[in-house]
Design a protein around this ligand. Structure first.
Ligand code: ATP
Length: 327
């Protein structure tokens, strides 16, 4: 078993609220256990540029409430190459680092696993940090809860104005491959329809549904469209406009505001638990694993398995319930 003496922590891919509580937990758990910690700036790019600094418990003071990530994040093309990985490895060795905690999504884990197979003397643990909630091995990922609450707050406001003007709003929310935010926000806001990348909803069905709403005296309608729906909110609105005249139809793209904001209680606790567990896993000699939360318990999953099983499983029962509750 490899004995760890110094670890590095980085955040990579899209930022997600909850990353800061996780960084804080990693730093303090490591120092509590007598390890040294380096913070790597800008994800894998920081490994290649040797952009890292020693952290102590005060380096992570007062960050629990901050969105984004104090370490910054980046999408780094050079890390996909053998040369980039070799430079990263040499920099880690030069800094005396033998363990790495990476916080990010499936791309980050793909890079981490490739790196760890090439350089097994650096132990690697992944923490699921993505608002998309689409990783195998953890019921929830960091940032999903906060992002969903942000979306709900925005849609509640849109509902007020939609209702005042008898309007139909198409609201696009984040999720290129995953309808997780759209589905949860749709249930929470009583959306009349939810369109997801995982399910093909025929336009005729949507129109029928909206007409039924009007027949049932609804004064406004909200259609949530996940970013990954192949038609997009604007084209959908255009199609519907041709056939529905009783509503004034508007489109709102929520965009990047969904990523920001102070992490929710759930994400602060999840970040703390996963960061704590990641360091304890490294100390126990684990590597090439992801820490996740299943049935409220910490669970380790092989990164290989997490990546091959990677897919958001749409809960059909929730879709069905949402359709019924929005009549
Ligand atoms: P999100 O879910 O928020 O998009 P992510 O971790 O999936 O997060 P990506 O941009 O896909 O975000 O990946 C983050 C980084 O991981 C990439 O910029 C790249 O540096 C690294 N990476 C991704 N795929 C590979 C790969 N096949 N080999 C090496 N590194 C990779």
């Amino acid at each position: 078993m490899q004995k760890i003496s110094k670890i590095a922590v980085l955040t990579s891919g899209g930022d997600a609220p909850g990353m800061n509580p996780c960084i804080r937990a990693v730093v303090r758990t490591a120092i509590y256990n007598g390890l040294h910690v380096a913070g790597v700036r800008q994800g894998y790019q920081g490994l290649i540029d040797n952009n890292m600094y020693d952290m102590d418990p005060r380096s992570v003071s007062n960050i629990l409430n901050l969105g984004g990530t104090i370490l910054k994040t980046a999408r780094c093309l050079p890390f996909r190459t053998d040369e980039g990985m070799e430079t990263a490895y040499k920099n880690l060795k030069a800094n005396g680092i033998d363990g790495l905690v990476v916080i990010g999504g499936d791309g980050t884990f793909t890079g981490a696993l490739r790196f760890s197979k090439k350089y097994p003397d650096i132990s690697v643990i992944g923490v699921p940090g993505t608002i998309d909630n689409d990783l195998y091995g953890s019921t929830y990922t960091l940032g999903f809860d906060t992002a969903t609450n942000t979306v709900i707050e925005a849609i509640d406001k849109i509902r007020d104005t939609a209702d005042a003007h008898d309007r139909l709003f198409f609201i696009e929310v984040m999720g290129r491959d995953s309808g997780a935010i759209a589905l949860r926000a749709g249930i929470s806001c009583g959306a009349e329809a939810i369109l997801l990348p995982e399910r093909d909803t025929a336009i005729e069905h949507l129109i029928e549904n909206l007409k039924a709403g009007q027949y049932n005296k609804k004064s406004s309608s909200i259609v949530i469209v996940a970013e990954g729906d192949k038609r997009g909110a604007y084209d959908l609105a255009e199609e519907v406009r041709k056939q529905i005249k009783f509503y004034d139809i508007k489109v709102t793209i929520l965009g990047h505001l969904q990523r920001g904001g102070s992490p929710s209680a759930f994400d602060r606790i999840l970040g703390s638990r996963l960061g704590f567990a990641a360091v304890n896993a490294l100390i126990k000699g684990e590597t090439q694993k992801m820490v996740g939360l299943e049935a409220n318990h910490i669970k380790l999953t092989d990164l290989e398995e997490a990546l091959t099983q990677h897919q958001f499983k749409l809960e059909d029962d929730l879709m069905e319930m949402s359709d019924i509750l929005s009549i």
